[in-house]
Design a protein around this ligand. Structure first.
Ligand code: URA
Length: 282
């Protein structure tokens, strides 16, 4: 059942569905096609002959998540220099301490140019954490992530799978607005990564959603573009986490505003997330 946040009109979600290519109503009652497919697969499996003994070197299942070996930017505090993000982040026991450490950080010129440190928004207890690239003008003005035009689309995307800012937590790789909304450089991302890694550890969500290529490349520590990284499950691991977190990358809402034809793929990604959350609940 999809819930709709108070400031989101149901037509907004219908518009998202239409733009994602869902332009036909098939019936009055929802049909769980995955359950049908599952049942068919189960009866096929029951009728099939006994499986052959496993080979000596079994192939990795194509759909298994790809692990991320270590959190990018993670530096055990012993080797991090005082004043660096790694050193400060390692000393933060909760989100309030992390916010204070980031607000007091002096190691990045971006920080001096920005109007605010955009820390996060939503519910830090939520099962889902979304990570964007960096604040834009409106976010810098209000000190909150995704409150400008792309934030409005993000709200519609989340609502289409039953999420909102009460059931989701949102932050960015870089918490300070780059001048003229340019992309953060790889050096700026590298400086901020220890803060983001600690942020993820402290929220400890069940699923991470990476919004756009910059976020995907930074968190997954991969050089591939978003077209190769999106729509696949990865795992994010870090010594400060009790277990690896499943991660899925999708297109950035700002890209979707410019490229509406990509909304179909983004919708598929959202369905993968919904399926994962539904199966975790049952
Ligand atoms: N784009 C982002 O990546 N983050 C924001 O907070 C706003 C726009």
């Amino acid at each position: 059942m999809t819930t709709v946040s108070a400031d989101l009109h149901p037509y907004d979600i219908l518009r998202w569905y239409l733009e994602a290519g869902l332009d036909e109503t098939m019936g009055e009652e929802p049909v769980d096609r995955y359950a049908t497919t599952r049942r068919a697969a189960e009866s096929r499996a029951a009728a099939a002959p006994a499986p052959a003994p496993p080979q000596q070197q079994p192939q990795r299942h194509a759909r298994q998540p790809e692990p991320v070996m270590a959190a990018p930017g993670h530096d055990p505090s012993a080797s991090a220099l005082p004043g660096t993000a790694a050193h400060l982040a390692a000393g933060c026991a909760d989100l309030q301490a992390l916010r204070r450490a980031m607000e007091g950080f002096e190691g990045l010129p971006l920080k001096q140019a920005a109007g605010s440190t955009v820390f996060g928004d939503g519910n830090p207890e939520a099962a889902v954490m979304c990570i964007g690239e960096a604040p834009g003008q409106e976010e810098d003005r209000r000190g909150l992530p995704f409150v400008g035009p792309s934030g409005k689309l993000l709200d519609r995307m989340l609502a289409s799978i039953g999420l909102d800012r009460a059931t989701c937590y949102i932050t960015n790789v870089v918490p300070w607005r780059p001048p003229a909304n340019r992309k953060p450089t790889s050096d700026e991302v590298a400086v901020c990564m220890p803060f983001l890694t600690r942020h993820i550890e402290l929220v400890d969500p069940q699923v991470l959603i990476l919004l756009g290529g910059a976020s995907a490349a930074a968190v997954l520590a991969k050089a591939d573009g978003i077209n190769r990284l999106r729509g696949r499950w990865f795992e994010f691991n870090s010594p400060g986490l009790p277990r690896p977190i499943p991660v899925l990358a999708t297109f950035h809402p700002a890209y979707l505003l410019r490229t509406p034809e990509a909304k179909r793929d983004a919708w598929r990604d959202l369905l993968m997330i919904k399926r994962r959350m539904d199966s975790a609940r049952h």
